[in-house]
Design a protein. Structure first.
Length: 255
C-alpha cells in the first residue's frame, strides 16, 4: 500500500501498522493508498466501480479490531498512555494501540482535537453545554480525556460473535472520511470491511459514519457539519397555551 505523507516519522508508523495488519490477515485492494494532508489522513482507491456495484477496499479479520470500551487514558497532550486496560486485550491489540498512540502524537492529532473538537470543548463552556444538552435531552458525548475524544472520531461500532456491541479501532479503515452515500462498513461474522459504492473525483474512499446521525450528532462527535445528513432531530419544547394548557413537544429523530 502506498503511503503519501510529508513526515518520515508518520510514514514509518503507518508502514508498521499496515505490515502488522497484513501479517494477521488484512486484505487491501491493490489500488489503495493513504494520504496525509495538513495533518489529516485519508484513504484512497483507484478501483473501477460499476453502477449499482460495490468494491471492497479493505477487509480486517476480527482479531485486528481493537476493543476500546474500558480503556482509561492518562490526561494530557503528550504521547497517549493507558492507565487501565479491559480484560481480553490480546498482545496484537496492545501492539496496535501502541502504534496508534505514536501515530496520533507524531501527526499532531491530539493537539488538533484539543483545539478543534466541538464535543471536547463543550466540557469547558458549561452554558453552551447546558443549552446543547437541552436540545438533546441530556444525550451529549462525554470524553474524560482528549484521547477519548480523538478515538471517538475513529471508532467503529462492531457486534462481536457473542452478540455484544462494542466500540473498536479498525486499523487503516479508520482513515476513511465521511460521506452519506459514497461507501459503507460491511460487517461479516468474523471480519469488518469497507466498501466503496461510488467513485469520488479524487479517488477518496469515504463511508457513512452513521445513517441515524443528524448534523448536530456528527458535529459534536466528529467536528464537521454535514448538510446532506438524512436525519433531522426536532428540538424539545414546553409551551403553556391559553385554553389548552401545557403542551410538550418531544425531541425525536426523523428521516
Amino acid at each position: 500500500m502506498q503511503l503519501l505523507t510529508g513526515s518520515g516519522t508518520v510514514r514509518g508508523i503507518l508502514r508498521a501498522i499496515v505490515a502488522l495488519a497484513r501479517r494477521h490477515g488484512a486484505e487491501y485492494h491493490p489500488g489503495c493508498w493513504i494520504q496525509e494532508l495538513e495533518g489529516g489522513l485519508s484513504l484512497h482507491c483507484d478501483a473501477a466501480i460499476a453502477d449499482g456495484a460495490g468494491v471492497q477496499v479493505l477487509r480486517l479479520p476480527d482479531c485486528l479490531l481493537v476493543p476500546l470500551d474500558g480503556i482509561a487514558w492518562r490526561p494530557g497532550l503528550d504521547r497517549p498512555q493507558r492507565l487501565e486496560n479491559p480484560a481480553g486485550l490480546t498482545a496484537l491489540h496492545h501492539e496496535m494501540l501502541d502504534l496508534h498512540s505514536e501515530l496520533f502524537a507524531s501527526a499532531g492529532h491530539l493537539q488538533r482535537t484539543a483545539e478543534q473538537s466541538p464535543g471536547w470543548r463543550l466540557g469547558g463552556v458549561p452554558a453552551i453545554a447546558g443549552a446543547v444538552a437541552a436540545l438533546r435531552r441530556g444525550e451529549l458525548p462525554s470524553f474524560p480525556t482528549v484521547m477519548d475524544a480523538l478515538l471517538a472520531t475513529r471508532a467503529v461500532a462492531w457486534t462481536g460473535p457473542a452478540g455484544s456491541r462494542q466500540s473498536v479501532l479498525a486499523p487503516i479503515i479508520d482513515c476513511a472520511n465521511h460521506s452519506p452515500d459514497a461507501g459503507h462498513f460491511t460487517p461479516h461474522p468474523d471480519a469488518l470491511a469497507a466498501t466503496m459504492t461510488r467513485r469520488l473525483p479524487d479517488d477518496e474512499c469515504r463511508v457513512a459514519y452513521g445513517r441515524n446521525k443528524d448534523a448536530l450528532d456528527l458535529a459534536l462527535r466528529y467536528g464537521f457539519f454535514d448538510e446532506q445528513a438524512s436525519v433531522a432531530h426536532s428540538c424539545p419544547l414546553e409551551l403553556d397555551l391559553p385554553g389548552l394548557g401545557r403542551v410538550e413537544v418531544l425531541g425525536e429523530r426523523y428521516r
